[in-house]
Design a binder for this molecule. Sequence first.
Ligand code: ZN
Length: 361
Amino acid sequence: MAHIPVFDGHNDTLTQIRAEPKADRRNFLERSDRGHIDLPRAKEGGLAGGFFAIFTASKAWEGTPSALMDADGDPVPGGMSVTLPPKLAHRTALRFTVAVISDLLRLERESEEAMQVVRTADQLDRCISQGTFASILHIEGAEAIDSGLESLYVFYEAGLRSIGPVWSRPNAFASGVPFDFPRSPDIGPGLTAAGRRLVAACNQLGILLDLSHLNEKGFWDVADLSEAPLVATHSNAHCVSPSPRNLTDAQLDEIARTDGVVGLNFHVGFLRPDGDFKAAATTSMSEIVRHARYIAERIGTRHLALGSDFDGATMPFDLPDATALPALLDLFREDGFSKAEVRAIASENWQRVIRATWREG
Ligand code: ZN
């Protein structure tokens, strides 16, 4: 029986493959036992495609957690704090981003039409219904974009259709949230003048703006400025797991008001109520359904989708890679979501929001 197709809001696969030593780099088109996605495992699990993030890492950043202190300087029980790296140079990000875009375009050619970098909503719908693996080119953290936005127009022509203005480190456009736990996402200033210009240009071109990693002031700035549905491609409910990477009830409500969507993140640390990102062995994928149920009850299934963070995060023990997606969808059914609701969560909500956001049908 054919699986319900899953279209997924976020993976770091291209970025992860680039980071592997060149001589030993896995080929996305061939089955591997490394990482969470490749084309054969995607087929096996019904993964029809997703947002492929390009993320330029900061050199020599360990992200080692330390104790989280309260306002009096006392440690918060069970809390942790992670120092973020400083701003990244534009030229470093530009160089890496061009390299990874070329990786994706070459993969598309080598795949002999098994995969497509989709640029229109019609192409996306056709890929999902015909079984061609669909990739959306996404930049996570806009450091590769110059403040005059010249590279944005060039990247658009190369296929860019989605951008997260900021990863967690600050940049010329916005400020992101740290990985501290527990914490509110209301940390730091809103969008810069360049960030506001970026939002306007993305609206004009029809590039989706991803609000995952953005701090709360930046979120509300985008909510004020943007004409498109609001989207967080890979975040969960703050009320269930109080990580600043997750969305407050007010943010969820605003996403629903604009007919946007939340892609559920599978990362153990953003799922668990205690934020323990090392507890993969005791965290089941039922935690994903717990966030889904909370968000569905608050704002409706129409605004719920998947945003795995495959190849960029620590997965629950029973969700080792894309082949486990049918088991996850079964859990949604067992929790009481109807078959139509599961189809909407699995891909149709993404398809609707992408069609409302991109300029070209
Ligand atoms: Zn991310």
